[in-house]
Design a binder for this molecule. Structure first.
Ligand code: ATP
Ligand code: MG
Length: 299
């Protein structure tokens, strides 16, 4: 691997992962000078530069040693990892962290008239996809023989055009499938944006920069997933309410001046509260429930 003293991160130039990716880097303390070609952005605070590319190119750039980290969908990373495996080689990149945005799934979807019971219903079918390695790998594991039709885009219209009997494509809300009268029948992979890195440690200063960035990133991810819940509850219902909290650690219970029965509770919680969860907590006896975002945290 070439010796360099500045780190290079590859990220999607424009697309579903670009905005959240830039936001994550900014929160990790990275600032970049916009370049004229908007392809290479020089890092202003840290010795970390940014390369803006198509998402499909990111694993390859890491493999060639042109970039040291990448923000890319797990679907793209695994697809290219499997290409190496299917050639009998070891992929020179790996998933370092899940980043919690760009969530979607690689799923099989069939036209309304298609009768699907289980994977054996796919025997002899033509399946259109942009993820041939992931699909072939799944078919092999299911012990099903089907034809993989590789398309680079507009996979969802392949059945209508008679190019395939069904599709294997990325789905998030399912709106595209519904618009094309396709029904989701199986999930092959749960995906989200991930931080990709070389499979091997770097032998120069860049590894130290990577280690520092990862620590910051972990802090950012932890805060983003954390919420502070505040509420009041009678002691008699306390256990029941605590039981409903996705608490990260033991809640703080405080006495309320002038009240024998009620206490105040603060708890750091992981993840997002749904309205349903809040209603359950209220029904269990909590009053004045408040959810607050956590700005910064030192563990
Ligand atoms: P590029 O021009 O960089 O090649 P693209 O068209 O291949 O862009 P996008 O459509 O921007 O890529 O998707 C990037 C990533 O976003 C996907 O690889 C996937 O990980 C994630 N993603 C999240 N939801 C969806 C979805 N509904 N459809 C497709 N990708 C999704
Ligand atoms: Mg792409």
């Amino acid at each position: 691997m070439k010796q360099r003293d500045r780190l290079r991160i590859a990220a999607q130039k424009s697309g579903r992962l670009s905005e959240a990716g830039r936001d994550l880097m900014a929160r990790s303390g990275l600032r970049f000078r916009e370049s004229r070609d908007r392809l290479f952005c020089y890092g202003e605070v840290e010795p970390v530069d940014l390369l803006l590319v198509r998402d499909d190119d990111i694993p390859g750039l890491i493999a060639e040693g042109v970039c040291d980290l990448g923000i890319v969908g797990r679907n793209v990373l695994l697809e290219q990892q499997l290409e190496y495996v299917q050639r009998g080689e070891v992929a020179p990149f790996q998933e370092l962290r899940r980043l919690g945005f760009g969530r979607c799934r690689l799923a099989l979807a069939v036209p309304s008239e298609f009768v699907y019971q289980d994977p054996t219903s796919l025997a002899g079918c033509r399946i259109a996809t942009s993820y041939p390695a992931l699909l072939s790998d799944w078919l092999r594991k299911q012990d099903v023989q089907a034809e993989v039709v590789t398309l680079s885009g507009s996979v969802e219209i392949a059945p209508k055009l008679g190019k395939a009997d069904l599709i294997c494509d990325l789905v998030s809300t399912g709106a595209t499938l519904a618009a094309n009268q396709l029904r989701e029948v199986a999930t092959l992979l749960e995906s989200e944006a991930v931080l990709a890195a070389p499979a091997e440690l770097m032998l120069d200063d860049r590894q130290t920069i990577v280690d520092r960035l990862i620590k910051r990133l972990d802090g950012v991810l932890q805060v983003r997933d954390s919420k502070l819940i505040m509420l009041q509850v009678d002691r008699s219902a306390l256990d029941q309410v605590i039981h409903l909290l996705p608490a990260a650690n033991a809640p703080t219970i405080m006495a309320i001046d002038g009240s024998e029965q009620a206490v105040a509770l603060h708890a750091l919680c992981r993840g997002h509260f749904s309205w349903q969860q809040l209603e359950d907590i209220q029904r269990a006896g909590a009053r004045g429930v408040m959810i607050l975002p956590v700005e910064q945290m030192l563990a």
